[in-house]
Design a protein around this ligand. Structure first.
Ligand code: ZN
Length: 248
C-alpha cells in the first residue's frame, strides 16, 4: 500500500442506526480488499441500533468519518425544527438512547475530509453545514465550483449517482460501475447503507480504486426483517421500518 495515496478504498454513508445493513456491508467490504474505509456521515437517526453502529465504526474499526445532519441533531447541534415529524421522533429517541461516550464521539466529527485530491462531505461541497441536497444537474454544476479536488464523495439524499464533469460539461454515466477518466472530475453520491431511497432495498456503498482508476457502487442484501422488528420494538415510528422493505 502506498501511504501517500488513498489506493483502493470503500466509502459508506447514511447508516442510520441500521446494524444489520452495516454488518452486511462491512462483511462484503472484507472481500473487496480495500486499504481503507471512509464514512460520509449519518451513523445514527431512524434505526434502532445507534450505539452499536457507533461502536463498530468509530471505536472498533476507527473508520475516518465526517458528520451528518442526523449525527449533529442527535447531539443538539442542529435544530430539528425542520425535520419531518417521523425523523424528529426518531432523533428524540436517539438522543434518549445514545450513551454519553458515544454522544461525545459524534460531537468531534469533522465536517469534511480532503485527502489525495478527494473531498468527502455529507451534504454538498458548497456550505456543507447548511445540509443542502444535490438533486438536480443545476445544483451539481454549482457544487463543482466549490471544491478543487478531483473527486467529491457525498451522501445525504440516500440516492446513489455518478456525475462526470469534462470542463463545464456534465453527464451521468449510464452505469454505476465506471472507469475514472484522469482528465475529468466527479461528484459521486454513494447511496445509503441503512435506508436506501432509490426503490432498491439493498444496502449501498462504493469502492474506488485509484490505482486501477475504477469506481463502483455496490449493493448487498441484509436481514431487513430483523432491522424492522428492532425499530418496531423500540417504539420508533413504524413508517421507518416499513420503508426499508421498499427502499424508499
Ligand atoms: Zn441520511
Amino acid at each position: 500500500m502506498n501511504t501517500n495515496s488513498m489506493g483502493r478504498f470503500a466509502i459508506i454513508s447514511d447508516i442510520h442506526g441500521n446494524l444489520e445493513a452495516l454488518e452486511s456491508v462491512l462483511s462484503s467490504i472484507k472481500n473487496d480488499n480495500v486499504d481503507k474505509i471512509i464514512c460520509c456521515g449519518d451513523i445514527v437517526g431512524y434505526g434502532a441500533s445507534p450505539n452499536e453502529c457507533i461502536d463498530l465504526i468509530l471505536k472498533e474499526l476507527k473508520i475516518s468519518t465526517i458528520v451528518g445532519n442526523h449525527d449533529y441533531a442527535a447531539v443538539n447541534r442542529t435544530n430539528i425544527q425542520f425535520f419531518n415529524e417521523v425523523a424528529k421522533q426518531a432523533i428524540i429517541w436517539t438522543q434518549k438512547n445514545l450513551t454519553e461516550e458515544n454522544k461525545n464521539l459524534l460531537q468531534i466529527l469533522p465536517m469534511t475530509i480532503s485527502e489525495d485530491s478527494i473531498l468527502f462531505v455529507h451534504s454538498s461541497p458548497k456550505n456543507p453545514e447548511e445540509w443542502n441536497y444535490i438533486l438536480t444537474m443545476g445544483e451539481a454544476r454549482l457544487n463543482f465550483e466549490y471544491f478543487n479536488e478531483r473527486i467529491s464523495f457525498i451522501g445525504h439524499s440516500h440516492q446513489p449517482f455518478i456525475i462526470e464533469a469534462e470542463g463545464k460539461n456534465l453527464s451521468c454515466p449510464s452505469s454505476l460501475n465506471i472507469s475514472i477518466n484522469p482528465d475529468r472530475r466527479y461528484l459521486i453520491n454513494v447511496g445509503s447503507v441503512g435506508q436506501p431511497r432509490d426503490r432498491n432495498p439493498m444496502a449501498a456503498y462504493a469502492i474506488c480504486d485509484l490505482n486501477k482508476m475504477s469506481l463502483k457502487i455496490k449493493r448487498v442484501d441484509y436481514n431487513i426483517e430483523h432491522a424492522q422488528s428492532k425499530i418496531i420494538k423500540a417504539g420508533i415510528p413504524r413508517e421507518l421500518a416499513d420503508r426499508l422493505a421498499i427502499g424508499w
